[in-house]
Design a protein around this ligand. Sequence first.
Ligand code: NAG
Ligand code: NAG
Ligand code: NAG
Ligand code: NAG
Ligand code: NAG
Ligand code: NAG
Length: 498
Amino acid sequence: MISFSSLWRFFLFILLLDRRVFALDKYIAAVYEHAVISPNLTIKPVSPEEALKLMNKNIDILEEAIKRAAKQGAHIIVTPEDGIFGFGFTRETLFPYLEDIPDPEANWIPCTDPKRFGSAPVQERLSCLAKDNSIYVVANIGDKKPCNVTDIKCPRDGHYQYNTNVVFDSDGKLVARYHKFNLFMLELMQYDSPKEPELATFDTDFGKFGLFTCFDMLFHEPAVVLVTEQDVDTILFPTAWINVLPHFTAISFHSSWAMGMRVNVLAANAYHSRMNMTGSGIYAPDRPRAYHSDGESKNGYLLVAELDSHPSHSPTYLTALNWSLYATTNEPFPKESNFTGFVFFDEYTFSELPKEAGNLTVCQKGLCCQLSYRMTEKREDELYVLGAFDGLHKVEGEYYLQVCTLLKCASTDRQTCGQPVTAAHTHFKAYSLSGTFNTNYVFPEVLLSGVQLAPGQFQILSDGRLISQNDTSQPLLSVTLFGRWYEKDPPHPYSEMF
Ligand SMILES: *[C@@H]1O[C@H](CO)[C@@H](O)[C@H](O)[C@H]1NC(C)=O
Ligand SMILES: *[C@@H]1O[C@H](CO)[C@@H](O)[C@H](O)[C@H]1NC(C)=O
Ligand SMILES: *[C@@H]1O[C@H](CO)[C@@H](O)[C@H](O)[C@H]1NC(C)=O
Ligand SMILES: *[C@@H]1O[C@H](CO)[C@@H](O)[C@H](O)[C@H]1NC(C)=O
Ligand SMILES: *[C@@H]1O[C@H](CO)[C@@H](O)[C@H](O)[C@H]1NC(C)=O
Ligand SMILES: *[C@@H]1O[C@H](CO)[C@@H](O)[C@H](O)[C@H]1NC(C)=O
């Protein structure tokens, strides 16, 4: 006979086994913007010893950041893409920097078993940093995988090279590996894309995590799938992001993705002032918790902030959101006269904001954008326009956009509308922007004078309006609903190559 007390003990045992008992509602995240040391350009590959020497210089700096983050109680730290060996390689000169990175199923702690998969000094050191400081460490390194003629896609040099994110848990164990799917321009000369997009995730006591890299953020796979099908709470995002105003600035684009997808994003950018590369942050769906962007500094920068482990459990989480509801059901505002202009090589249809306050619509193809606004004063020396773009962007990649944007032109000359501008003096008391999007993937961006974010100063309504709230005391550079119509994208370039 089973006694009552042994049954009770059995239930208690089950209860304690359940990880939710130990789960944390909140956790502390860290990201490190790293001023990466790149090697001098060479035509011939350096020796593996020389490559390791350079990588150790970068890891020495990351080590300080990891220790500082751990001292501040961080559970996890993200470091940038290319953060360990930098930029400027060919396929051949990159090779000595690569290591064979095994599948995380191998259950491997490089710190305690460094030779199990051949020489892996970088993985060993990262694993020890995680273990010794009891913190999850996310880094971006290069993976090499031999292949042969039986595989028709095998490159001529007999191996694949992948841009790879790795995650070591607080015991130093390799728990995730992700091979970047959407390579950016010159990267195609260094790396191969995996045959299929990989969904790299792992579970912790402080939520479920997924990872992707830099340019991946523009595409459906794997970025969106991690959220919609894998239900991750936080995205880990190493990047080497080049800022392009007004819509592709790191801090505003990455925070808008967190808001649009309603997940946390930990974005660690590399720092490189000549390449306009800066801007890292800890972003929650409702607002950024910490961010940093400084094109003048020389050094790296550590950010630490608290986040909800499961943002979808938060009372501010929007469960139902229809990005086109308001604009498709509201009586359209009047159209003003319009003209065309370019934003990052895309031809927009623009209308001026002629008065201190008003309601207007501007359309392009199937997209109509509606704006209600009130300025404190209409200045003679500043020009603002409402713009619409509905088309395929084709520059550094090909992707279909539907964008509604209120922006300040670089001067009062209409031809400067869409050009980069960093300062403004016009204050808006209120604004409300919406659009008749054909997609439900829309990313809201607000930039203030000085290229600053506006945390807590705007919100999204469930009918798809982006509206100002509270303090709107700083002058405005742009307010944007950046829609991505993924179904209209051309196929991934890798599938076209064969
Ligand atoms: C690059 O070359 C310069 C001049 O020879 C040298 O001072 C510098 O340390 C080198 N940088 C690296 C990363 O090796
Ligand atoms: C190369 O091909 C052989 C024969 O098909 C196979 O056994 C071997 O595993 C392949 N090697 C690699 C690295 O794929
Ligand atoms: C950096 O930004 C400035 C100002 O927007 C621009 O003129 C310059 O071309 C950019 N440089 C790069 C490398 O993108
Ligand atoms: C949003 O609302 C519009 C208008 O009612 C409707 O046509 C559309 O299907 C809705 N979209 C989604 C994704 O629910
Ligand atoms: C542009 O303005 C004209 C009137 O000035 C209007 O008839 C037309 O519909 C507008 N086009 C767009 C795309 O807003
Ligand atoms: C804009 O439209 C709203 C109603 O949607 C109206 O209350 C407001 O007065 C209008 N503003 C201007 C300046 O026409």
